[in-house]
Design a protein. Sequence first.
Length: 386
Amino acid sequence: MSRPRLMIPGPIEFTDEVMAEMSKPTPSHVDPAFIEIFGQALEDLRSAFLAGPDYQPFILAGSGTLAMDCAVTNLVEPGDRALVVDTGYFSQRMADIVRRYGGDVTLLSAAPGETITPEQLRAALAENAYDLVTITHVDTSTGVLTDVRGLTAAAKEHDALVIVDGVCAAAAEEMRQAEWGVDVYLTASQKAIGTPPGLGLLVASPRALAKWRGRSAPVGSYYSDWGYWLPIMQAYEARKPSYFGTPAVNLVMALAVSLRQILDEGMENVFVRHVLLSNAVKAGVEALGMSQVPTDMAHAAHTLTCPRYPEGVDASFLKMVRANGAILAGGLHPAIKGEYFRIGHMGAASRADVLTALGAVEAGLRAAGYPVEPGVALAAAQAVLS
Ligand code: PMP
């Protein structure tokens, strides 16, 4: 295969079995065979998030931003106080969405590359009362991983609902939704969950559904209102036909296949594989003498790596990386955009993908005039992988 591997932090490379679903004839959204697939996908989404049987999955046509919008519009009423744990660009998007639906937002901001600890969150929650805490599991703009378990525990001590943006984390980073008590965990199809772009995915806790049921203000968005979608999701899971808005039929078929592949691997194995691949990439990057945006590897994501350009190298080097076999992404966080690039390694990513990416980075650096001993990053990665 001559095309370069797509190793940005989403969309990712999808498996052949997933792509085959995309090219099948589109069935009716109420075809019994499709109802079975949709029902199974809902059950499997709940399993992939390690959510409880009383947690409610939603599969909607839209991107990750729609999933964020959907969580917020259903759970925020005008005047609700929200504390946004801010670890980068996507945390700030969540803040914007909460404001759009009338929420009163306070940001608890980390400098780019830093994280927010449960102790910092506890201190903020002790100062003021909040109805809601939002957390970005992995902020794709900084590669920072938050301690969702610890942060959620802190929020619950103060009885706040917890929405976690897992767009760049779900089905890769450890997540035990029921055990940790996360009220909404949400993601998009095109990242670790391994399906082409176009689906927003959420799983809501019984507490989240109770808060929604107890609203006094109507839900601000028509399309995202759980009042329309809850009966549809319940019907598909009960293997009954129903309709509100036409589902993205082929994407749901593809999602069902990718969820099956993930669950067949097993969530514990999926979490461990992502740590291993990430450690290999980070070892390679370090061997090349590059530092990374996260200030401590203890809070670095396992779904992507954010190396800082070495002296004399800039974003133009990504073209040379591409010519050598891997498509990588430039920086995204406005404050440091020109200083770093991003390597995605999530979903069906393999050892071979990681070695391809590092080989392409080595070759790209040499082409950009940065002295690199051939194979140095590959050797460091191989040492981790073996
Ligand atoms: N949150 C995070 C953490 C993301 O990485 C992204 C996409 N990169 C989004 C939200 C938004 O998702 P989408 O682009 O699918 O709307």
